[in-house]
Ligand binder design. Structure first.
Ligand SMILES: Nc1ncnc2c1ncn2[C@@H]1O[C@H](COP(=O)(O)OP(=O)(O)O)[C@@H](O)[C@H]1O
Ligand SMILES: [Mg+2]
Length: 239
């Protein structure tokens, strides 16, 4: 049976989608069968980060509303034999998605995939509530900023209050120099905001921005410090 991993944050732009895509790619590179689901309806961009924007025909709302079969909305990501993707709806529409819909969908997907990674919109909204239902584990991606940490702490509390306690925190966009000089909260300060463990740190690196712009997950370039870092972080999350 597969596991459902939720990727959430407090603030927007902390790197959830970048993290989801690269966690999925890292797991697929290790032979796992992985499905990435974009739940950011109306503001989707996972398709872009995977370089798959021209391949999307159906999306998760089409599946939920019965317009197409599940398999029609699942696309294999170029360059991978076991990484798949389901897009979000391109705009917010009238169609309804409930926690029960998501539970039923994920129960079916878990028979096929080892990991289902759900990339949520920022903050505590309807899509987080819906995605929470089938989730076994969550990763909160935050930044070394007081505002981001406070918002992420609220998201953590929301997840715990709703029965999800297996939660990990990843600190993205770290600038070591600024942190050392005291212009950014340090690791101990960020870690102290959360009950859940801080399992990884990702540095601010222009190569990450370039990779999302190009639509090529950064971990596809093997042997870099970023790829090794992802392998370490992902190992802690799936252990
Ligand atoms: N560690 C990093 N270094 C540099 N740029 C980053 C890093 N993490 C994310 N980014 C960039 O920040 C932007 C927002 O990331 P994204 O994953 O879309 O955030 P979110 O999904 O949380 O809104 C993207 O352009 C991405 O390339
Ligand atoms: Mg996103």
């Amino acid at each position: 049976m597969g596991k459902v991993l939720l990727v959430a944050s407090g603030k927007g732009g902390t790197g959830k989608t970048m993290f989801s895509v690269n966690m999925g790619a890292t797991l697929a590179q290790r032979g796992y069968n992985v499905l990435l689901i974009d739940m950011d309806m109306g503001l989707r961009n996972m398709d872009l980060y995977l370089g798959m924007e021209n391949r999307v025909v159906y999306n998760i709302m089409d599946v939920i509303s019965g317009i197409c079969r599940i398999s029609k909305a699942i696309i294999r990501v170029d360059g991978f034999s076991s990484l798949y993707f389901m897009a979000a709806a391109p705009r917010l529409d009238e169609r309804d998605i409930t926690p029960l819909h998501m539970e039923i969908l994920c129960a079916k997907l878990k028979e096929v995939f080892d990991y289902i990674i759900i990339d949520c919109p920022a903050g505590i909204g309807e899509m987080l509530e819906v995605s929470l239902e089938p989730a076994d584990r969550a990763v909160i991606v935050t930044e070394p900023e007081y505002a981001a940490s406070r918002d992420a702490e609220m998201t953590e509390r929301f997840l715990r209050d709703n029965g999800l306690s297996d939660i990990y925190v990843v600190l993205n966009r770290v600038n070591v120099e600024l942190m050392r000089e005291g212009y950014m909260p340090d690791l101990a300060t960020v870690a102290s905001c959360f009950t859940s463990p801080l399992v990884g740190i990702i540095q601010e690196d222009e190569n990450i921005r370039i990779s999302t712009n190009k639509g090529i997950p950064i971990v596809m370039k093997r042997g870099t410090y970023i790829e090794k870092n992802f392998v370490d972080i992902v190992a802690k999350i799936i252990r």
